[in-house]
Design a protein around this ligand. Structure first.
Ligand code: SF4
Length: 328
């Protein structure tokens, strides 16, 4: 990749990606659930409402308290449960009905799109591969909606149930079926998805196989990754901090993007995670943040860095367009 780097100045500075922090889907989910708690009393999202411990704590004070399961919420006396922005399989609504609990659904519409697509692909006879983390609620939810044994989640080619290209024969060779479709967890890195897709396609297309790739990485995730790439290309960053909860998949991807571009990058949850040696002899610190990171956590990091002599970004951390709706 050709990069145009700005000459270094003597001033130590902080530069921020022009897209970072809360995404549209997380903002929407938080608005729905907070409004719901305010109007109708305590509510239990099943699992973390978002992967950010600071926000989870603030919501708790407002009557939004995560529960491990519908049963756990019922045992703790909640009358209402919620599906988080990551979505859930169809079992959750059934469990809520059985437990006589009201259900509030805050699934991000971009995740709902993937769930519906998974169902459609399965109906069309494809074996479904979901590129993503098998433990992640979004991936589990998509597989739940696909509702078939002809589906699997995978993050690398070795995770697949096949080890040979179609047409290859011999002891121990397991080949894919004729029709395979690939969708992605919405928060994955597009470059990594494409690498995986090319390997899978190579296995499926011989002998008349049909491979279908659906890039379901959401627009806000792609924007955050592209904004970070622009930041690295335009401003000379000596180190990058990707701010977000340790369980936040999209924050981990951002740190990965920085690293792949050759800049030392750290996934941090809060300012206190920054080790002094990461700032030694550094001129320009680049900041990005995952889709579930609130603005005040980003601002805390910026303030912390100013204590080390770094100049904060002109114009604050970002512009918010209240009318923005992603393409889907
Ligand atoms: S990261 Fe994308 S899919 Fe996930 S909540 Fe945000 S907008 Fe929706």
């Amino acid at each position: 990749m050709t990069m145009t780097l700005e000459p270094k100045t003597d001033q130590k500075r902080i530069v921020v990606a022009d897209e970072l922090g809360y995404c549209w889907g997380v903002r929407r989910a938080l608005d729905i659930i907070q409004e719901s708690a305010q109007q109708a009393g305590p509510i239990a999202p099943v699992g973390d409402i978002i992967h950010n411990p600071q926000v989870v704590e603030r919501l708790r004070v407002k009557g939004v308290v995560g529960a491990e399961s519908v049963d756990a919420a019922a045992r703790e006396g909640f009358k209402r449960v919620a599906i988080t922005a990551h979505g859930q399989g169809p079992h959750l609504a059934e469990q809520a009905t059985a437990a006589n609990l009201e259900l509030v659904d805050t699934t991000c519409p971009l995740v709902t799109k993937v769930q519906r697509l998974a169902q459609k692909l399965v109906r069309q006879g494809y074996f479904l591969v979901v590129y993503g983390d098998s433990y992640h609620p979004e991936v589990k939810g998509v597989l739940g909606w696909a509702s078939t044994t002809k589906s699997v989640s995978a993050k690398k080619i070795e995770d697949l149930p096949w080890n040979a290209r179609r047409g290859q024969e011999g002891p121990g060779k397991i080949t894919p079926p004729r029709k395979v479709a690939l969708v992605s967890q919405t928060t994955k890195n597009v470059d990594e998805l494409m690498k995986f897709a090319r390997q899978l396609q190579d296995m499926v297309v011989p002998e008349g196989g049909e491979f279908r790739l659906c890039n379901t990485i959401c627009e806000p995730t792609s924007e955050r990754q592209n904004a970070l790439k622009r930041l690295v290309e335009q401003d000379h960053c000596d180190v990058i901090f990707a701010i977000g909860g340790k369980k936040s998949s999209n924050t981990a991807r951002l740190a990965e993007v920085g690293q792949i571009m050759g800049v030392e990058s750290h996934h941090i949850e809060r300012a206190e995670d920054i080790l002094p040696e990461w700032l030694a002899d550094r001129q320009t610190v680049g900041i990005t943040a995952g889709a579930s990171t609130p603005d005040d956590v980003i601002e805390d990091v910026v303030n912390y860095l100013t204590g080390f002599g770094f100049t904060p970004p002109e114009g604050g951390i970002r512009k918010v367009d209240p009318d923005y709706v992603p393409a889907y």
